[in-house]
Write a protein that binds this ligand. Sequence first.
Ligand code: 9WN
Length: 458
Amino acid sequence: MQVKTSPREILGEHEGLAARASEVLRQNDMGGWTRAAPNLYPHQWSWDSAFIAIGLAHLDVRRAALELRTLFAHQWKTGKVPHIVFNPKAPPHSYYPGADHWACAAVSPDAPPAPPYTSCLSQPPVHAIAAWHIWEASGREGEASLSSTRVFLHDIYPRLFAWHRYLTTFRDPESSGLVTIYHPWESGTDNSPRWDAALAAVEVGDLPPYPRYDLQHVDDPSQRPTKADYDRYLWLVRLVKMAGCDEGTIYRSHPFLVKDVLSSAILVTANEALLDIARVVGAPDGDRELIAEWIERGRRGLDECWDPDLKLCLDYDLRAAKPLRVRTVAGFAPLIAGRQSPERLEALLEVLDSPAFMGHPELRWPLPPSTSPQDLGFRPLSYWRGPIWPIVNWLLWRSLLRAGKSERAEHLRRMSLEQLSDGGFGEYVDPFAAEPLGSTRQSWTAAVALDWLANGLR
Ligand code: 9WN
């Protein structure tokens, strides 16, 4: 990767941090795409790539655009963007389930030609936000950069549109405005207690023994999902493949079918970015009307999931026909979707500031744990069950800015940077001891650090 902007130009008081973050992205750079992390995740992950592109936009706008181009080159015929594009050069025994296990091209006519193979699942749609971010970064560089990014936007727009159409049709046959997921991996918050009840109802059939390479890359196995969780994850993959990845068949037969409020909220705000892109590329009026309709429908869907007692939004289990009553950061979905009534916004902020989240007295930094310390499912050191995830902080920070809450946003930005300056670019962070956990040198953590640093200068 050719770094055009010196990290020195994008820092404030965190000079070393910018250089270190750029170095993580450089080390994980595979030419046209970036490994999510060097050891634990040696492939291209979908929503990781979107965050990575947001960070790269501060270093090299063209390279940032290439990150998304490479990912979208593996888009399925249905419009689905796969959650993993497998790196054919990844060391053997580095990630399970790897390309051979998925081999989706063999089971679905909609999969792109392989290799490289892709997974059959999806992840939250942060991509249009990243594409718009790249456009804005170009705007700061001047006309030459803008004109090359205009070409990029023209190329990527139809792909982004197809991706969002996939999510609003195949993943929402009820027209509820909410995205259905088939697997916790699709939520990006895999092992969150959000999914415990729905997963518990999944009966695992015969599974051959399988390796847990992931456990080699963390200090303590309890930071990763349990064997019981992994059995269910692999069983659900087996069922998706047995259904030939056919959406209708999955919808009829799959035991795990959940409306995910966080993905749905990200889709709303990504649709706003898509509408901006549609304007730049001069997309047909019909597209723009449809995108505007998706935005409205998404907000209405999230309204339906509001729990007035918890003052949070709740996922909905379609199989059990009931909400999943767990207090996690996903509950702030309406904040991420944006344009809430002043009362709803105040209610959300009150919960965010309360001891249930950022106001918990034992937190090292006032940053939101992935699961509320007051929830029974809270585990401070386990994956999505309690640790702080910098990319979630980034989503909340961006949402606060868009809601006009600039002081709170600035506080969140500063605290997040302090945390990263102290602990480095771990995948997630112990909310109390502030130890970095999970993978080290995680690309998206470095990427959001770069964006936060750059925002301190504007
Ligand atoms: C499964 C790559 C990904 C992130 C997810 C995170 C984790 C994978 C795993 O790593 O998931 O997709 O093997 O645990 O939960 O959000 O995209 O960083």
